[in-house]
Write a protein that binds this ligand. Sequence first.
Ligand SMILES: [Zn+2]
Length: 303
Amino acid sequence: MQVTTPAPVVLVTGAAKRLGREIALALAAGGWRVAVHYRSSEQDAINTVAACAGKQGDSALFDADLGNETDVNGLLLRVVTRFGQVDAVVNSASAFEQDDAASFCFATLEKHLRSNTGAPILLAQALHAHLASRNAKGENLARGAVVNLLLGYPDPSARLAEVLLDQRVMCGVGNVYRCEVLWATELSPYAPVGALSEHDAIRVVNTAARMLRSNLHHAKRITEPSVKGGLAVYGRNVQRCSRCADTIKCRRMGEHLRLLYWCPGCQTHLDPKPERSSDDTPMDPHPAAQRWIADLPWNRDAG
Ligand SMILES: [Zn+2]
């Protein structure tokens, strides 16, 4: 007699849009039944369910406010009721609201803690309890997995050019590639990493991966075959940009003073122009910011 085991079930939080949706679709394509969680984007969640169903055949949507403990505690149980089991949770949903020294308050801190930390822990707890009960009922070694995603870089104001050299973020991207990746994606090296959309982030990663892959077996690095010499900006200080004919610039940047090459003419996407000066000073040179810093009570008193 042939025993067929049912397809495993995964709960993906924040699966209505963007990265969560892509994860849900990839898992459905891999044979998982997908529980699509959303909070307010119902129509997008319905679309994700339809797209998953097209790949795997069984998918359903679940709304829940991850900042609400009762909602979170009920979520996994609802998935079990619908599918009969849960085998994995992907914590993709997150709340990110920009705040700063002036607007910070406990209410925003708590909001982020609840949905970004509290909910993933409660869902892991619920999955553990569910697996324990399946094992107690005699299911042989039901195992589960929890995947936590964190899109946010610890310092959202960090400049993209420096983040690209952080090996925790982009393994394998050195100084040549970070300059070339930024040129290829038309992103300003001064863009604060927190301003990147998921679309931008995916473009950066894909471009870097493409360049690294195509150079695996060459001693001489070529990132832009269309440009004579193979590199678009690296080592081309004061030369003409092949894309916009502006003059390529070079500057030492960041903690390690690595040489950054970029084209100010076409690498303008997310460029925080008012916040940066022509030289690479660590202080925020914006006059309003300077005034604001000078006006802080401790600075005022000291002066
Ligand atoms: Zn250019």
